[in-house]
Design a binder for this molecule. Structure first.
Ligand SMILES: C[S@@+](CC[C@H](N)C(=O)[O-])C[C@H]1O[C@@H](n2cnc3c(N)ncnc32)[C@H](O)[C@@H]1O
Length: 264
């Protein structure tokens, strides 16, 4: 089926029903690392593409940045506006898509796109548009799940072994390495790098978290005392930081390529 833009998309299904320590850690670190790379300064103009319910934008606005969220889903726009009001911050949310930004070129100091690019109909054009929206010297920060992570590779191998020796029919539908129905693209470090390099220059690539998706990993960690599971996850995260190709999430910090055309 041809992917279509979903203007009614909502995030009800994004968090799993059971939040084991590795899930909580992964989401938390993804946020922490992304904010660190965005490094919002008072007065900076920041665009958050695919802003969802604006939880990130609100945090950046609290640091004094002037944040605009862009979002195609009317459901998420309503959620975002409610969340912004609840938090009493100043942030605007605009209806639109990353493939066609409704802003003048060179408007923003920073453009961020967290957990969204693999929902876009044309991620490559969107990355090009991110570059065009940047003021000279600005930065683009992209955070996205890695579907060739070590965790997913091990998960698939363990599943294949189980299937081989099982007397029952086994399907891996719904396993974490399967592309969710609302995703349009399967990113991993290599295709993310090459798509980004077409339009931007990558200044820094950082891996976040390791081994999400390994069978029984969450249950094992859940049985450990909290300080032990945290220590294990932090140690793995420390390794992933330097090897984004195997990490669970990849965060890129980019600048405009020299000589890039920023209009049209
Ligand atoms: C998984 S959510 C991430 C939301 C938010 N960035 C976060 O991290 O909480 C993906 C978001 O991308 C939005 N989206 C889908 N297609 C898009 C497009 N072409 N341009 C911009 N946003 C899009 C969806 O509506 C959704 O809100």
């Amino acid at each position: 089926m041809e992917p279509k833009l979903d203007c009614e998309w909502n995030d009800d299904h994004v968090m799993p029903e059971v939040i084991n320590p590795e899930v909580e850690f992964l989401f938390r670190r993804m946020i922490e690392v992304t904010y660190k790379k965005v490094n919002p300064k008072p007065g900076e103009k920041i665009l958050d593409i695919g802003c969802g319910r604006a939880t990130d934008g609100v945090e950046l606005a609290k640091k004094g940045a002037s944040v605009t969220g862009l979002e195609p889903s009317y459901v998420m726009i309503a959620n975002a506006r409610e969340y912004i009001t609840e938090n009493g911050v100043d942030m605007s949310v605009v209806h639109g898509v990353g493939e066609h930004l409704p802003f003048k070129p060179q408007t923003f100091d920073k453009v961020m796109c967290k957990g969204s690019l693999d929902h876009f109909l044309d991620p490559s054009i969107s990355i090009k548009q991110m570059g065009m929206a940047l003021k000279p010297g600005g930065e683009v920060i992209i955070a996205i799940a890695n579907f060739e992570s070590l965790g997913f590779k091990l998960g698939k191998k363990v599943f294949a072994l189980k299937k081989r020796f099982s007397s029952e029919e086994m399907s891996d539908a719904g396993m974490p390495w399967q592309i969710p129905i609302d995703h349009t693209y399967r990113f991993h470090y290599s295709n993310l790098k090459s798509m980004t390099n077409d339009h931007l220059e990558i200044k820094q690539a950082t891996g976040v978290s390791l081994l999400f998706g390994v069978p029984w990993w969450g249950q094992i960690l859940a049985k450990c005392p909290r300080f032990i599971s945290n220590a294990i996850l932090s140690t793995l995260d420390g390794v992933a930081r330097y090897i984004p190709s195997i990490s669970d999430v990849i965060v890129l910090r980019c600048k405009l390529k020299k000589g890039a055309v920023v209009t049209g």
